[in-house]
Design a protein around this ligand. Structure first.
Ligand code: ADP
Ligand code: MG
Length: 249
């Protein structure tokens, strides 16, 4: 099954074409990395797909249906989850409460309006939340206040919050930015483990090529908003157009 498909997806900011007629398809269970030089349009692409930005033109299909015109929370409900570069943690709540709220939000849209009407859902979402906390290695910390976690565990909780929505697809924009080498390593291992365990489909933006080559089934290379290469890590590594984009600009 094709989880995500874009057709001629384009975003112009005034005279600048940040994303230029991108056709991309991601299959169920596939781990795809989006790479490219600074300003290539990677974050803009992610923001279009997660509906934080409206395209200038082009189509976005999620599990076969158009999501252009939908609100970000609606695509979360459909099964698309984004981790990192978002202030998704409620610092004053416990680790478990954070995961429960994420699971509830995905199930019922805006939990703010529905929370008290859906108390019957609570045991089920707690079960989902606890499973997720186990898979990201935070189960023993479930009673801790989120704010008290160290940096690495906060990033784990961010992934957990994204996974608690039981997504069909996870999007990540530079998940290891600002992490120490050890935190980076453990986050990469975590993503690999979660992918194996949950057959997770993901789209990752990452500038560290070592991570990209380690973690991806397929790599898509953007330059000036357009796809200039696509393939397995080996294919992309040896592509002259890629080397030119990175080295020759
Ligand atoms: P990347 O994530 O690959 O570094 P971005 O998607 O952030 O690139 O940016 C792509 C291009 O679009 C850049 O030239 C950037 O300056 C421009 N851009 C991004 N967001 C905006 C915006 N909100 N308004 C105007 N220009 C933008
Ligand atoms: Mg970016």
């Amino acid at each position: 099954m094709t989880v995500l498909e874009t057709e001629r997806l384009t975003k112009q900011f005034g005279g600048l074409t940040a994303v230029d007629e991108v056709d991309l398809a991601i299959e169920q269970g596939e781990g795809v990395s989006l790479i490219g030089p600074n300003g290539a349009g990677k974050s803009t692409f992610i923001n279009l797909v997660t509906r934080r930005l409206d395209p200038s033109y082009g189509e976005i299909l999620f599990k076969g249906d158009s999501i252009v015109g939908m609100e970000p929370h609606q695509v979360v409900q459909l099964g698309m989850s984004k981790s990192f570069q978002t202030a998704s943690i409620f610092p004053e709540l416990t680790v478990e409460e954070n995961a429960v709220i994420a699971a509830l939000a995905a199930e019922h849209g805006s939990f703010r309006f529905n929370f008290f009407r859906h108390e019957n859902a609570y045991p089920e979402v707690t079960r989902v939340a606890d499973e997720v906390l186990k898979s990201v290695g935070l189960y023993d910390e479930r009673e801790s206040q989120a704010d008290s976690l160290d940096y690495g565990n906060k990033r784990r909780l961010e992934i957990g919050i994204a996974l608690a929505a039981e997504p069909d697809m996870l999007l990540m924009d530079e998940p290891t930015a600002g992490m120490s080498p050890e935190e980076t390593k453990s986050t990469v291992e975590l993503i690999k483990e979660v992918k194996r365990e949950l057959d997770l489909t993901f789209l990752l933006v990452e500038h560290d090529m070592e991570i990209v080559f380690d973690i991806s089934d397929r790599i898509v290379v953007l330059n000036r908003g357009a796809v200039i290469a696509e393939g397995t890590p080996e294919e992309v590594q040896n592509d002259p157009a890629v080397q030119e984009a990175y080295l020759g600009g």
